[in-house]
Design a protein around this ligand. Sequence first.
Ligand SMILES: NC(=O)c1ccc[n+]([C@@H]2O[C@H](COP(=O)([O-])OP(=O)(O)OC[C@H]3O[C@@H](n4cnc5c(N)ncnc54)[C@H](OP(=O)(O)O)[C@@H]3O)[C@@H](O)[C@H]2O)c1
Length: 338
Amino acid sequence: MLENRRFLLKRRPEGEPVPADFDLVSEPVPEAPAGGFVVRNYFASLDPAQRGWMDDVPSYMPPIALGDAVRATTVGRVHTSDNADFKPGDWVMGLNALEDYSPVMPGGFTSAIDVSLVDSPSRFLSAMGAVGLTAYFGLLEVAKPQEGETLLVSGAAGAVGSVVGQIGKIKGCRTIGIAGGQDKCRKLTERYGYDVAIDYKGKDVDTLAEEIRAAAPDGVNMIFENVGGDVMDAELMNLAKHARIVLCGLISEYNAPEKLGVRNLWQVLAQEATIHGYLISAYVDRFAEGGAQMAEWMAAGKVVMDEDIQEGLENAYPAFMRLFSGANTGKLVLKIAE
Ligand SMILES: NC(=O)c1ccc[n+]([C@@H]2O[C@H](COP(=O)([O-])OP(=O)(O)OC[C@H]3O[C@@H](n4cnc5c(N)ncnc54)[C@H](OP(=O)(O)O)[C@@H]3O)[C@@H](O)[C@H]2O)c1
């Protein structure tokens, strides 16, 4: 008999999640809801945002309820269906959960996908999915890069950051990436085309600020912020006049029991800069347009996106934690089924 393994949120993490916050259970495969279908999940996206969804605080989405499977974007195939538009065997993506089978009511983020366009369906969780498009729309629509400008990116070797840098180069910008460790910094310049790579590990705010200044003596015109905390404080000391800051993520704070906040905010005022809080969900109706451009750039070899595929629902916890140790090398994806 088929089983539905589900990775549940048992209690809300305090600071860094620990294994006891979760439970892996086995339940019967659900029935297709009236007008909907059941998807057999093959790949699930592991994202820093899931950490935020585990907290019971006001956000752009309700928190994951205790006892529910951890919410995740997945790609998979329709298993059973009560909807003529989604037939068994069709490939789909949507906001589901870390589980073998998810009941789905079409609408919202659920869409059919054409896996013949890609070498692996997981691409719809990376370059062709919300993560690649987070880089695309955040840079092009929010930062609006102009040729010759300087773009500074934190979390630059990660899924979003690596693509931001490459699109910045396509648009004729000088790109500076900040990442953790020598290997990632080498990758920034050798694989993702960054002009300058800066390793933030083990450096205080002043040292990091000086290194950014050496790379951009006239200041940076754009910051694509993925990290926050000390890294952002160092960046803020290097703003050019009227700089634009895309506030995409603050991963250094997601597991921090006490949010310290950014201390050099006065630089935003001094340089008449703009901070724009940015969510990819604002661009869902333009995904087809962005996806087509990303596919073209990838086919032309102008954009690469690495995937870090971890195997098995039973490994969901250690796989998820790779995001916070920095162990992930590219878009972190959990493979649930062959
Ligand atoms: N606004 C939106 O709509 C949206 C959508 C998607 C993602 N995001 C945000 O974008 C950011 C990147 O997400 P991603 O999916 O591309 O993940 P990712 O960058 O592939 O992986 C996370 C990386 O963050 C770095 N990191 C982890 N803890 C850190 C800390 N305490 N200080 C500094 N760096 C730390 C690590 O890289 P190092 O080894 O370099 O430290 C790690 O590899 C996140 O902040 C996420 O929340 C926002």
